[in-house]
Design a binder for this molecule. Structure first.
Ligand SMILES: *[C@@H]1O[C@H](CO)[C@@H](O)[C@H](O)[C@H]1NC(C)=O
Ligand SMILES: *[C@@H]1O[C@H](CO)[C@@H](O)[C@H](O)[C@H]1NC(C)=O
Ligand SMILES: *[C@@H]1O[C@H](CO)[C@@H](O)[C@H](O)[C@H]1NC(C)=O
Ligand SMILES: *[C@@H]1O[C@H](CO)[C@@H](O)[C@H](O)[C@H]1NC(C)=O
Ligand SMILES: *[C@@H]1O[C@H](CO)[C@@H](O)[C@H](O)[C@H]1NC(C)=O
Ligand SMILES: *[C@@H]1O[C@H](CO)[C@@H](O)[C@H](O)[C@H]1NC(C)=O
Ligand SMILES: *[C@@H]1O[C@H](CO)[C@@H](O)[C@H](O)[C@H]1NC(C)=O
Length: 451
């Protein structure tokens, strides 16, 4: 098990401490690489003309000055590429600006790093994708705006990123079953990033996932809006994979798939004050597909409103996987007509053929649900379907009030689920107590109706 922090409050503290520590190191190393190298090592380019304050000056690049038309018709990809290249190679801070009231058509593009200094991408205008999937022919169909190995980047602005996903959705095998299943692009991907800040942008109608972080360290996302129709297939809001120290807050996400999904090898993820719906809720996993190894730990969701989502708070693992999902805390969540408010499913099967029972499984341990209230659209408000070989351990429920949207009684389903509870918990928890307990136990909730 990874080294857990002692409480959710202190895991918050450790993020702050780590960030401060990190920022210190970064600003220190920036300092040394600029001043130290120039003054001490006297690199060839540092002649008598070297002017430190000049090299540190912020430079602003307007994409319109580099050939972008911003009329929504003309292909502006080259201007974005050119501007990125210039900004990324600036020795001092640089800012890229797209102008408000302009619409830039940008084809699949890679923003590659590392860049020389801190960069800011100010998106004031709208960026749209080609609406015809054939624009991806011969290109990597999983990417549209792809940032690779970029550190110290801020993306902000009041602008919009529109994936124009409608044609991709129509061609999805989930919409038209005669079509072959294929993956569609993620609108904005950050791969191998470090020290990233994404704020205030609006993302709509992505072809598939809207915003993805893979192998990233230290990411902050705030005041972001994500919007796609509830019927759009696979349009995850934010997807986190193999990343650590991720902080998502004050954001509103309505999509056709997961609001936020967190998969393998991610840790220290903090989600605060978000609103989800429509969509599939907040999901950890799936983990361990095809006998793979995957672990997640130290995840906190504190402050969320979920309305009309298919799931609320869900952990899903596939049979046969290796690894663990531990130290996960969900608290202060308000649910409105959520179909499956609380779910741990260790029998998740995302495959056209039936998934066989396997002896091995991801270990699920120390998962708490505190202050989860509202309405469930189904009677089964809580479902803990855990592995036979590795039962869920240390599940904890406190201050749970999930009543039926339709007026019936809600209930709790448990299979191999061990845990405890305190305070008012409705529906009444159905934890098994002994290790040898091998039965399915369904308890109807206590007669508590009007909350
Ligand atoms: C359980 O997880 C919480 C974080 O959600 C952590 O603070 C706590 O220390 C963990 N407990 C154990 C016994 O690992
Ligand atoms: C460096 O540039 C600044 C601003 O352009 C100027 O005021 C200053 O005199 C320059 N210093 C040297 C040593 O050239
Ligand atoms: C489904 O796709 C097939 C082949 O791509 C197409 O011929 C058909 O018209 C589509 N059906 C609908 C309902 O769009
Ligand atoms: C997680 O890490 C393990 C071990 O390093 C690796 O085998 C596995 O492929 C990773 N899984 C994911 C989903 O990245
Ligand atoms: C979450 O919202 C509450 C109430 O509006 C606020 O007090 C708190 O500072 C917010 N937390 C974060 C991390 O933004
Ligand atoms: C997973 O492992 C089991 C036995 O260990 C094996 O029967 C099964 O075929 C494996 N599944 C995959 C998808 O590799
Ligand atoms: C797999 O295991 C579960 C739980 O023990 C059981 O309900 C189910 O019938 C099993 N499925 C198969 C295909 O053996």
């Amino acid at each position: 098990m990874g080294k857990p922090s002692s409480s959710s409050a202190s895991s918050c503290g450790s993020i702050i401490i780590l960030s401060v520590y990190y920022i210190c190191i970064c600003s220190f190393s920036n300092f040394t690489s600029v001043e130290g190298f120039d003054s001490l090592l006297r690199l060839p380019h540092s002649g008598p003309n070297t002017n430190l304050s000049l090299s540190k000056t912020k430079t602003v690049f307007y994409v319109n000055d580099y050939g972008a038309k911003g009329d929504g018709i003309h292909d502006d990809t080259k201007a974005f590429k050119d501007v990125w290249k210039l900004a990324c190679s600036q020795p001092g801070k640089a800012k890229i600006v797209t102008q408000a009231a302009k619409t830039y058509l940008v084809r699949p593009i890679t923003f590659g790093g590392p860049c020389k200094a801190k960069l800011k991408f100010r998106m004031s205008g709208t960026i749209i994708a080609p609406n015809d999937p054939s624009a991806w022919d011969s290109l990597n169909a999983q990417r549209w705006l792809y940032f690779h190995k970029v550190d110290h980047l801020t993306v902000d602005g009041s602008g919009k990123i529109d994936g124009m996903g409608q044609e991709w959705w129509a061609q999805s095998c989930k919409i038209n079953t005669t079509n072959a299943c294929r993956r569609a692009p993620t609108a904005m991907t950050f791969h191998k990033c470090k020290d990233l800040n994404v704020k205030k942008i609006t993302m709509v109608n992505s072809q598939q996932t809207h915003l993805a972080f893979t192998q990233c360290v230290q990411v902050e996302v705030s005041n972001v809006i994500v919007q796609a129709p509830g019927s759009s297939p696979n349009t995850d809001g934010i997807h986190i994979s193999s990343s650590t120290l991720v902080d998502i807050r004050e954001s509103t996400i309505g999509t056709g798939d997961d609001c936020i999904s967190i998969v393998g090898n991610s840790s220290v993820i903090q989600i605060t004050n978000i609103t989800c719906g429509p969509g599939h809720g907040i999901s950890i996993g799936s983990l361990g597909k095809s006998n793979s190894s995957a672990s997640v730990n130290d995840i906190s969701v504190d402050g969320a409103i979920l309305s009309n989502t298919e799931n609320g708070l869900r952990i899903k693992t596939c049979q046969g996987g290796f690894g663990f999902a531990t130290n996960i805390a969900f608290q202060n969540v308000w649910m409105e007509k959520v179909s499956n408010p609380i779910v741990i499913d260790q029998y998740y099967c995302d495959s056209p053929v039936e998934c066989l029972n396997q002896t091995w499984a991801i270990k699920v341990q120390n998962i708490s649900f505190v202050g989860i209230k509202g309405t469930s659209a189904t009677d089964e408000a809580i479902r803990f379907a855990c592995s036979d070989r590795f039962p869920c351990e240390m599940l904890y429920l406190e201050d749970i009030q999930l009543i039926s949207y339709n007026g019936g009684l809600t209930n709790c389903f448990c299979w191999e689920a061990q845990g405890s509870f305190s305070g008012l918990v409705f529906p009444h928890p159905c934890f098994s107590h002994g290790e040898s307990y091998l039965g399915r136990k369904v308890l109807p909730g206590s007669v508590l109706q009007s909350i």
